[in-house]
Design a binder for this molecule. Structure first.
Ligand SMILES: NC(=O)c1ccc[n+]([C@@H]2O[C@H](COP(=O)([O-])OP(=O)(O)OC[C@H]3O[C@@H](n4cnc5c(N)ncnc54)[C@H](OP(=O)(O)O)[C@@H]3O)[C@@H](O)[C@H]2O)c1
Length: 344
């Protein structure tokens, strides 16, 4: 958690003092934080729910508890929420990129609050044309989509021989294309020049086609892991397919980026990354599990695309802060279309 310096008043903030489902969330009056060195105090206008948030809330997989506390979250009243869109209220010493009144977006810790402090590197200026509501859905999901696709290494030009650079138009498969990460990934893969196949359920086929997918696959009727090797990059966001099935549809030098968390509280979430590391030793294909990280250039790239309208935020539903438990339950359903937004 970012340091919470001297309080300058009270604000509404969502906390959880015990592990559990949405029912353990409490809205409390908490001290309004003050921006410390290199930090920005943001008046939060909107945030969103990411699976990361409810994994933290439930303390699952259990490895989460090694960091957050074994029996209960360590800090009494862990402030929840990551994505933020809002207005800069004040800046701490050493902050050069923002001044009071700037509209910003990004992510940090404690965003389901009326105010939060964010390290300067976690924010960029919000494009003027983007509403606060939409901006609240960008953070973690959009950066995961961008970094996952880039880490696949297949969407940028590839050098074929000495001095010869051929723009590659690879075939990218996105599984879980209609969710928070997936709706950004479909659009970004197109912006990066890929041919995109999107896997989703029947009701979302039209949505992913509208976002730019060249081919759509309905997972309720068709198993995408059948058939010949045909994808240069598989971006896996659903977490419910076997690695060896996914490997079968990769071209000989293709990449699998596994982002979706397999279900299970103990073994599965840990076994998947371990399996990835072992398999990749015996094949030209690459298998990578992956954790998105804060990167100011990536955040700026996303803001630039959002500013020109090349990238847009798909909003499933908007909940006021008072209905945070409903918002989290909606996200936990596993069938979100785009982003679940929370407004302050
Ligand atoms: N490693 C990281 O840094 C990182 C960062 C962000 C997210 N993640 C992980 O990435 C995953 C996706 O995140 P998200 O925010 O996009 O989740 P989300 O918004 O909840 O979306 C989940 C999507 O999965 C789809 N889905 C469910 N079952 C499916 C199946 N059998 N085949 C294909 N699609 C299926 C759903 O579509 P339908 O409604 O059509 O079923 C839904 O749109 C999560 O596991 C999350 O924990 C990891």
């Amino acid at each position: 958690m970012p340091p919470r310096a001297i309080a300058s008043g009270l604000m509404k903030s969502v906390v959880a003092t015990t592990y559990g489902g949405p029912e353990v969330l409490r809205i409390v009056d908490a001290p309004t934080p003050v921006a410390g060195e290199g930090q920005v105090l943001v008046r939060v206008a909107a945030s969103s729910v990411n699976p990361l948030d409810w994994h933290e809330l439930r303390g699952t997989p259990y490895v989460v508890r090694m960091m957050r506390g074994l029996r209960a979250p360590k800090s009494s009243g862990h402030a929840m929420g990551s994505d933020v869109a809002g207005v800069v209220e004040s800046v701490g010493p050493g902050v050069t990129r923002f001044t009071a009144g700037d509209e910003v977006l990004g992510f940090g810790s404690g965003a389901w609050s009326e105010h939060m402090v964010v390290g300067e590197a976690g924010l960029v200026l919000k494009p003027k044309n983007l509403s606060m509501t939409d901006a609240g859905g960008v953070g973690v999901a959009a950066i995961t989509a961008l970094q996952g696709l880039r880490r696949g290494g297949q969407v940028s030009p590839v050098t074929w021989g000495p001095g010869e650079v051929e723009p590659m138009r690879p075939r990218v498969l996105i599984i879980g294309a209609s969710g928070g990460v997936g709706t950004f990934a479909v659009q970004i893969a197109k912006l990066l020049g890929a041919h995109v196949t999107a896997v989703t359920s029947t009701r979302n086929l039209e949505l992913v086609a509208r976002l730019g997918a060249d081919d759509v696959v309905d997972y309720t009727t068709t198993e995408v892991t059948e058939g010949r090797p045909r994808f240069d990059l598989v971006f896996e966001l659903a977490g419910n397919r076997r690695l060896r099935d996914l490997a079968r549809i990769l071209t000989p030098s293709g990449s699998l980026i596994a982002c979706g968390a397999p279900s299970g509280q103990w073994i599965a979430p840990l076994a998947a990354p371990a399996g990835l590391a072992i398999t990749s030793r015996f094949s030209k294909r690459t298998y990578t599990s992956f954790l998105a990280k804060r990167d100011i250039d990536d955040l700026q790239q996303l803001a630039d695309w959002l500013g020109t309208g090349a990238l847009r935020v798909v909003v499933d539903d908007v909940y006021p802060l008072e209905r945070i438990a409903d918002a989290v339950a909606h996200s936990e359903s596993g069938h979100v279309r785009g982003k679940v937004i929370v407004t302050m």
